[in-house]
Write a protein that binds this ligand. Structure first.
Ligand SMILES: CC(C)(COP(=O)(O)OP(=O)(O)OC[C@H]1O[C@@H](n2cnc3c(N)ncnc32)[C@H](O)[C@@H]1OP(=O)(O)O)[C@@H](O)C(=O)NCCC(=O)NCCS
Length: 158
């Protein structure tokens, strides 16, 4: 199967934080940010494999700073590693003040998506072509996270 570079599936997505997206503190509700993260990562995964995809896991989710109503959420999803049917995607959410243009990291997470065949079973997906030293390093770190993640999932299943 022909490999694909990560740059071909990068997704950038922008949302304005509206009052209906907010919690009682006037900042974006965490669940809404997670929804945007899931959508953004899912688009990147589907772009990579051109198959239906499902979320298998989301971890290392950190809310670094609140996102105010009226500010912009700028999401970037990038594939960090591909295994057989699964892909790890890094999503970073920047908060942007629309009046000053100031940006800061608001949320980050890693998600694993699985490509499915016509029968809904995990299907092999194209390998990832790492093009830079940073991308090669990201693959190595993703392998370590995957080992820890699958071990945790196994423990949870008992
Ligand atoms: C994710 C899912 C497809 C895995 O199916 P499965 O029958 O367990 O299949 P497998 O054990 O062969 O695993 C398939 C891949 O998923 C990976 N995987 C399974 N559980 C995982 C987890 N908790 N975290 C990360 N990866 C996981 C496996 O490592 C494997 O990856 P690989 O093919 O690259 O080696 C299945 O558990 C599922 O459908 N879950 C529900 C998905 C869902 O409803 N998501 C929310 C809505 S989109």
């Amino acid at each position: 199967m022909t490999g694909k570079p990560a740059r071909e599936s990068v997704v950038e997505m922008a949302e304005v934080v509206l009052p209906q997206d907010a919690n009682t503190h006037g900042t974006a509700f965490g669940g809404k940010i997670v929804q945007w993260i899931d959508l953004c990562a899912g688009m990147a995964a589907a772009r990579h494999c051109r198959l239906p995809v499902v979320t298998a896991s989301m971890d290392d989710l950190h809310f670094h700073a609140p996102l105010k109503i009226g500010h912009n959420a700028l999401l970037t999803a990038k594939i960090t590693a591909v295994f057989r049917s699964s892909m790890e995607i890094s999503v970073r959410v920047m908060a942007e003040n629309p009046l000053t243009g100031e940006r800061s990291l608001c949320t980050s997470a890693y998600l694993t998506f699985v490509g499915l065949d016509a029968g809904g079973k995990p299907a092999e997906v194209p390998p990832l072509i790492a093009e830079t030293p940073e991308e090669l390093d990201a693959v190595a770190r993703a392998k370590e996270r995957r080992a820890a993640r699958l071990s945790r999932a196994e423990q949870r299943r008992g």
